[in-house]
Design a protein around this ligand. Structure first.
Ligand code: SAM
Length: 320
């Protein structure tokens, strides 16, 4: 369906857990998030119920995120149940890739089409530092498995952070020379843990582009938040997502749901519509409430508007 600004909303991002097996410095507190009671979280069955109504309202693409979706028991069967919903044409996942090698084949057989894998450093020590203990080789194995299985296009998400991994942007870009992967640089957003970070840690995509140099622009894909380029003779693509320096609200086609059953019409808004009781008690107004949530999408985010204060939720809770 269309929202009140004539944007066609056909993409839903669903966070299925706020737990994660990593503790990225800018995303999660060291001690992790406070584990919520089971009753506070939507079950897979309940999420599937919401996804069915979403499909009736015109959602065609679902992205599963978290927290880390692969830490959740029953994930493969859940993907299988989503893939049976009429109208859902595309199921993708955002993952840190640590457990991907183990699950990739089963997930694909269950109906998962694509994965975006977050990897902020290619260097073992740096990766362990940024993630507070992660092993980069687990992720690299997961990436190779996804490529081998043909989960194309495999997209790698990199948040560039001043003083941490800014010296690796050329190494990341070079991954596109031989592999048909998409490297996507995402600007650090002042959300949750990163909300109080010093401005020097923010590196704009313009700076990264200049460091890589020699980039050939590719045609823009409508409703993709990334602007794509390639290296001369490169097999893969290099994308830049600038949620801050040039937001893509005019082309936004998405709505989100948190793992505790809150619909979020916009990532950068504090507006949340709680549907957990409606879903749990099978109340008839679910469809109408979801419709209203789509209609409530703001025209644009107000992240840098004077006086606007974002709530304290981390990306791990909202689902990046
Ligand atoms: N665990 C999964 C993963 O690592 O991809 C999914 C959840 S994670 C919250 C999704 C994405 O959000 C990751 O790529 C992460 O780097 C990104 N992210 C988290 N906090 C962010 C921030 N403050 N600014 C930009 N990206 C952020």
């Amino acid at each position: 369906m269309k929202d009140q600004y004539n944007r066609r909303i056909n993409y839903m991002r669903i966070s299925i857990t706020d737990l994660c097996n990593l503790r990225c410095l800018y995303c999660m507190p060291e001690e992790g998030v406070c584990k919520k009671n089971h009753e506070e979280m939507l079950t897979f069955e309940e999420i599937t119920k919401v996804a069915k109504i979403a499909a009736e309202l015109g959602i065609e693409k679902i992205r599963i995120t978290g927290g880390e979706p692969l830490v959740k028991k029953g994930i493969v069967e859940f993907i299988g149940s989503l893939s049976k919903i009429n109208g859902i044409k595309d199921i993708a996942m955002t993952t840190n890739g640590v457990l991907l090698k183990k699950y990739a084949k089963d997930l694909m057989e269950a109906g998962l089409k694509r994965v975006n894998i977050s990897i902020d450093s290619l260097r073992p020590e740096k990766y362990a530092e940024i993630t507070r203990g992660g092993n980069v080789y687990d992720v690299l194995d997961g990436i190779q498995e996804a490529i081998k299985l043909g989960m194309a296009p495999v997209k790698l998400n990199i948040v560039v952070i001043g003083g941490y991994n800014e010296d690796e942007v050329v190494d990341f870009a070079n991954l596109t020379k031989d592999d048909d992967v998409e490297i996507r640089f995402i600007e650090l957003m002042p959300i949750g843990q990163a909300g109080s970070w010093a401005k020097e840690k923010f590196i704009s995509n313009e700076t990264i582009k200049q460091r890589i140099g020699n980039l050939i622009p590719l045609p823009h894909q409508p409703s993709s938040p990334a602007k794509y380029y390639k290296l001369p003779n490169g097999k893969g693509k290099i994308g830049f997502i600038n949620p801050i320096s040039s937001h893509f609200c005019g082309e936004c086609n998405r709505i989100r749901m948190t793992s505790d059953g809150k619909l979020k019409p916009c990532l950068h808004s504090n507006q949340e519509i709680d549907i957990i009781d409606i879903v749990r008690n099978n109340l008839p107004q679910l469809r109408e409430v979801m419709k209203q949530a789509i209609l409530a999408k703001p025209q644009q985010h107000y992240l840098y508007t004077e006086g606007f204060e974002l709530g304290q939720r981390n990306m791990s809770e909202i689902g990046g």
